[in-house]
Design a protein around this ligand. Structure first.
Ligand code: ZN
Length: 345
């Protein structure tokens, strides 16, 4: 496997050739400057040698198997590192979240992986399906990656996704709920420089991958949505040039040249509530092609279920991630209000 990777420098190909697991973990050096460890299928860690690093950066993709653009973006970066075109100045772990689902060309095999973190994998029926087993392992890899370093560290986790539907703001990021910690202006401007100028502040604990890293490791963690899904090979990488460039600067320890914080360059939203499904007959009162961030006025009937109307409560509320086809008990849509900068550092 080591030879396979050394020759092809294509970590995605190695991962998809072994979607369940690797028969062995392995490690090697790139020249004198970088140590490489492959811990599992889709899990690769790069540690620069002989330089004083301060950041532990996790870049994850394919937590949803059919969200191909982030997979291509990460694999391109991995190839550049393995080819020694990029020399890292910081520790970086790449995670290809759900290789079995990529192989299948689907969002997941049995269950939405991004609802199974922060221990949710072991609740109720326990580790009974591939996603639950993978969520448990991914948590262990993040723990091992962060916990192996001592002293003052800057922990970062960008979990990269693409959205199912069109969006009024093409790229956006969800900033997990972080009680007792202000949101970081610097991180927001980093994302803005990546072309992600719309930020959603979440209002409660969740079971997403980014919340897991944020809550347990005090990481600057985000779920980042990079636009609409296209089949693998058909994602126009020109749409991600800024993101790739900024991640490269971050990993190689170059000056990020972030602009001053500027509200005018940003769209900030506060999640005000999550509408959960209580009855099987739940249906939205808008068509399937309505874009993310579409706003509805107070009193508007957003959805119906069990003979009752779900109405807009605030002057205006915008929707994101509507999906009526979730199991009863799960979230059908997140509702947003516009936010100001009062919760920033
Ligand atoms: Zn996703």
């Amino acid at each position: 496997m080591f030879h396979e990777l050394k020759q092809s420098k294509d970590f995605l190909a190695l991962t998809l050739a072994h979607p369940q697991y690797l028969s062995e973990s392995f490690d090697f050096d790139l020249g004198e400057h970088t140590h490489v460890e492959v811990w599992d299928t889709g899990v690769i860690v790069f540690s620069p040698k002989h330089v004083k690093h301060s950041k532990d950066i996790v870049l994850s993709c394919a937590v949803h198997g059919n969200e191909t653009a982030p997979i291509e973006l990460c694999n391109a970066l991995i190839t550049q590192i393995l080819s020694e075109e990029l020399k890292l100045a910081q520790r970086v772990m790449f995670l290809i979240g759900n290789p079995a689902a990529i192989h299948n060309g689907t969002r997941f095999i049995d269950e939405n992986l991004n609802r199974l973190f922060n221990g949710a994998h072991s609740r109720d029926e326990g580790l009974c399906n591939p996603e639950r087993v993978r969520a448990h392992k991914l948590e262990q890899y993040v723990d091992r990656f962060y916990a192996s370093q001592s002293g003052e560290r800057h922990r970062i986790h960008y979990d990269l996704h693409t959205a199912i539907r069109g969006s009024k703001h093409e790229k956006f990021a969800i900033y997990p709920y972080r009680p007792g910690r202000k949101y970081s202006r610097e991180q927001i401007m980093f994302l803005e420089s990546c072309g992600v100028n719309t930020i959603l502040f979440h209002h409660e604990p969740t079971t997403t991958f980014s919340y897991f890293s944020s809550e347990n490791y005090r990481a600057d963690a985000f779920t980042i949505e990079l636009g609409k899904v296209f089949p693998i090979g058909q994602n126009y990488m020109t749409r991600f040039i800024a993101m790739k460039e900024m991640l490269t600067l971050l990993m190689t320890g170059k000056d990020l040249q972030l602009p001053e914080f500027d509200l005018k360059r940003l769209n900030l939203y506060q999640v005000c509530r999550s509408v959960n499904k209580h009855f099987d007959d739940f249906e939205f009162n808008f068509t399937n092609d309505v874009e993310n961030f579409t706003a509805f006025p107070k009193g508007y009937t957003l959805a119906k279920e069990g003979g009752k109307a779900v109405k807009i409560e605030h002057e205006f509320e915008s929707i994101v991630f509507p999906n009526a086809k979730v199991p009863v008990g799960q979230r059908t849509v997140l509702m947003l209000k516009t936010a100001d900068d009062s919760n920033l550092d």
